[in-house]
Ligand binder design. Structure first.
Ligand SMILES: [Zn+2]
Length: 287
């Protein structure tokens, strides 16, 4: 049974936790694939990991009501399976999300902590997940990755940042100045971790520094898991971001906007996506 652990250090021994933190720190300290954010507008992105069915059926529509789209990082082995955040999305639910303009990202096939497998296994995981995500629709383009558990090593970071346009970590913070595309910072959007004032402060700071704020969450429910968010808090965060002066778009949309976009083959598809986002928001470049 596929049952991904949600969260960063959940269930690890103290020794393993310290080791993983050191490994992640070392990986983040080597920045090979970077992107300057100074010339771009402030951006907010909403992402969902794993992906719980409720992220599609409740979370997606909340974003859509405000004319924005999000990025859903899927581990393809989990379609319809139980998880700590409730049932994971079915292929049909993900197909609906994609058809509504949201981005599908990669989260490995079977939700593996990438430093714990060989690079050969990692490559097979990514290949298999890509095949699985293509079953949603053959036109699905998967260009962005999120590390399961936020776990990485120098070698695996090198591998995935070469393969994807960006890789999102769970290292808290706003991306500003020079962003590391191999370990983008992100902030949890979960009721157990942050309240409205915390969200407002992050968004205001993002606008101030012309940064890129990436939220991540899991299930979206009235009684969410430890790593989930209530519809009310998500809606509030989306509305606040929408009214902040920041552009709100997907990871792929943000990369296009900043100028660190994907390879030429998929560039136009992403371009049209974020242009739609911008038109929906009535935003203008450079604002
Ligand atoms: Zn995950």
């Amino acid at each position: 049974m596929f049952a991904p652990r949600l969260g960063d250090v959940y269930g690890e021994s103290l020794f393993a936790t310290v080791g993983a933190k050191t490994r992640r720190f070392l990986a983040r300290s080597i920045r090979r694939k970077t992107l300057a954010l100074r010339q771009s507008p402030a951006i907010v992105t909403f992402t969902f990991d794993d992906v719980a069915a409720s992220a599609c059926t409740v979370g997606g529509p909340i974003l859509e009501q405000h004319g924005i789209r999000g990025t859903f990082y899927v581990a393809g082995a989990g379609y319809g399976a139980p998880s700590p955040g409730g049932l994971l999305a079915s292929a049909d639910q993900l197909r609906a999300i994609w058809a509504n303009g949201h981005e599908i990202g990669c989260h490995t096939y079977s939700h593996r902590a990438v430093p714990q497998i060989s690079l050969r296994e990692l490559g097979a995981e990514l290949d298999r997940n890509e095949r699985e995500l293509k079953k949603i629709n053959s036109k699905v383009v998967v260009r962005n990755f999120a590390y399961p558990y936020g776990d990485m090593s120098i070698g695996t970071k090198y591998y995935v940042e070469n393969r994807f346009d960006s890789c999102r970590s769970v290292h808290a913070g706003i991306n500003s100045g020079i962003a590391d595309l191999g370990a983008l910072r992100a902030c949890p959007l979960e009721d157990a971790s942050i309240d409205r004032s915390g969200i407002a402060a992050l968004i205001a700071r993002t606008f101030q520094v012309r940064g890129w704020l990436i939220f991540y969450s899991h299930d979206v429910a009235e009684r969410p898991s430890r790593h989930g968010v209530t519809p009310a808090l998500l809606e509030w965060a989306v509305r606040t971001a929408r009214n902040s002066g920041c552009v709100v778009t997907t990871v792929a949309g943000a990369l296009e906007l900043i100028g660190g976009g994907p390879a030429a083959g998929s560039r136009q598809a992403h371009l049209s996506r974020w242009q739609t986002d911008l038109q929906d928001q009535g935003a203008t470049l450079g604002s």
